[in-house]
Design a protein around this ligand. Structure first.
Ligand code: ZN
Length: 491
């Protein structure tokens, strides 16, 4: 492989050369959604981040087995050991079977991932389909003495594990400190220590999702499914594990502990985490009222949105930031992204119609090299996009006949479009009516602009000016350029 990809490994907290365990095979596991609610912005970022990782590994020629799970059991309300199962709770509220809830939201998740042009994983295992394997792993951890049974539940013994291992290896947390601070607070629970976590939980009488086990009728702990399913499909040690930073502790820390306890080795070579999304500078949350579903984004129905945003605008916006940086969603930032996306697509569409001639002083090979270097440097998509806009300027200057372009330059740019825009970034040309809200505006404006052009061709300038002025009164400004007439909303 001519490139050397570097990835930032959360486990070692530094950038490392990516060297798969069994090249050209690369195994990747990403924590998927808990399917109890409509897909929202928080789902879009990890999905798009690891879609880029997947796409780039494929582009580099790796055979990738990409596993992304569906959590349909065991994820309790407060993300820990207490409270109702998220799916069971929704099922009770909506008077549905839990699996009906899980299927409904799995379908919704797939629908929106398709719209965002996120590729399907190679395997999408459901936690509920791997209960037997999870029971086996609980038994294995018990046999190694790293868990204990209490009142029908089985808990991972963090203190004991930490004597011979490091519970904190990923998150950098200090367990001794945690232990010292929490020991006296216990007593209520059937756990030895409050930071011990359930790997098997006895179901309360009202709990509807339950399975037989040697310990009780119950269900597996949330962290366990990922340890079990990643090992089942990728082996006890595999290349990449991804997820949002919010999963780093306790979810991923506990995954490591479970796997090390059961199998005696580190399960993952490279841990990758995407940063979080904020909305107008605030953390996203249901209670904050800034919890926006993807459907609301795409049809513009949420009250905090000034307009609808197309799926490609959302994707492009997310890729304009590095995955380890935060992304703040605001109307102005999204509108700027929407315009930039259109400019990019328009220029590369114009490229097709350009008549070639003399070569101009623009180094396409250098540009391609820079794009590769940016991707090789821990998937630096904003850098790739910045370089693509240098190509946009060049193409537009040629299209406006200020300079010319050789056949070699044109062919090289077409290759850049195919490799970087289509394949690696996964940015596609959106048809105008792909999104009901955003599309209709476009269609109507196209029609009005055509009508006005017709008026001008017929020298009916009074009418064409009337159209322009009336639009201006409603807050829409027309701008005549060499490429045609553009429109934008003022205010
Ligand atoms: Zn997980």
């Amino acid at each position: 492989m001519e490139h050397q990809l570097k990835v930032f490994n959360s486990l070692t907290r530094k950038k490392e050369d990516f060297i798969p365990i069994n090249p050209p095979f690369a195994g990747m596991y990403v924590c998927g959604p808990t399917v109890y609610g409509d897909p929202h912005l928080g789902h879009a970022r990890p999905a798009i981040t690891f879609d880029i990782v997947y796409r780039y590994l494929l582009y580099l020629g790796y055979k990738v087995r990409y596993v992304r799970n569906i959590t349909d059991v065991g994820h309790l309300e407060n993300d820990a050991d207490q409270g109702e199962d998220k799916i069971a709770q929704k099922a009770r509220l909506e008077k549905l079977e839990p699996m009906e809830v899980a299927q409904f939201y799995t379908n919704r998740y797939h629908k929106y991932m398709d719209m965002l042009n996120v590729l399907n994983p190679s395997i999408e295992p459901h936690a509920s389909g791997h209960i037997l394997e999870q029971i086996e792993m609980v038994q294995k951890i018990l046999d190694k003495g790293m868990a204990y049974e209490s009142e029908g539940s089985v808990y991972f013994d963090v203190e004991k594990y930490n004597k011979s291992n490091n519970y904190g290896i990923l998150s950098g947390r200090n367990v001794e400190e945690m232990i010292a601070n929490t020991r006296e607070l216990d007593g209520q629970s059937d756990k030895h220590n409050s930071f011990d976590f359930a790997i098997w939980k006895k179901a309360s009488p009202s709990h509807i999702m339950r399975w037989n086990s040697p310990w009780s009728e119950g269900f597996p702990g949330w962290h366990l499914e990922c340890s079990v399913m990643s090992a089942k499909y990728l082996g006890e040690t595999f290349d990449i594990h991804g997820g949002g930073m919010d999963l780093l502790f306790p979810h991923h820390e506990s995954e490591i502990a479970q796997s090390v306890a059961a199998n005696g080795k580190q399960p993952v070579k490279y841990w990758l985490h995407n940063n979080m999304i904020t909305i107008n500078g605030q953390k996203m949350g249901k209670s904050l009222g800034n919890f926006i579903t993807l459907e609301e984004f795409i049809n513009g129905s949420h009250e905090s949105l000034e307009q609808a945003y197309s799926p490609m605008t959302i994707r492009f916006f997310i890729l304009q930031a590095h995955y380890r940086g935060t992304v703040d969603f605001s109307n102005s930032a999204l509108q700027a992204s929407g315009k930039a996306y259109e400019r990019l697509m328009k220029a590369f569409a114009r490229l097709e119609g350009i008549a070639v001639g003399e070569s101009s002083n623009f180094d396409v090979a250098e540009l391609e090299k820079d794009c590769h270097a940016a991707m090789d440097d821990d998937f630096n998509t904003p850098m790739v996009i910045a370089r693509l806009f240098d190509a946009v300027k060049f193409i537009n200057s040629v299209a406006e006949k200020q300079i010319s372009m050789s056949i070699e330059q044109k062919t090289a740019l077409q290759k850049i479009r195919k490799n970087f825009i289509d394949e690696i970034l996964g940015i596609k040309q959106e048809s105008q009516n792909e999104t009901a809200g955003a599309g209709l505006d476009e269609e109507l404006m196209k029609l009005i602009i055509e009508l006005r052009l017709k008026m001008r061709q017929e020298k009916n300038f009074a009418m064409s000016d009337f159209i322009r002025d009336e639009l201006k009164n409603t807050g829409i400004e027309l701008k005549d350029t060499k490429e045609g007439t553009d429109w934008s909303k003022t205010n």
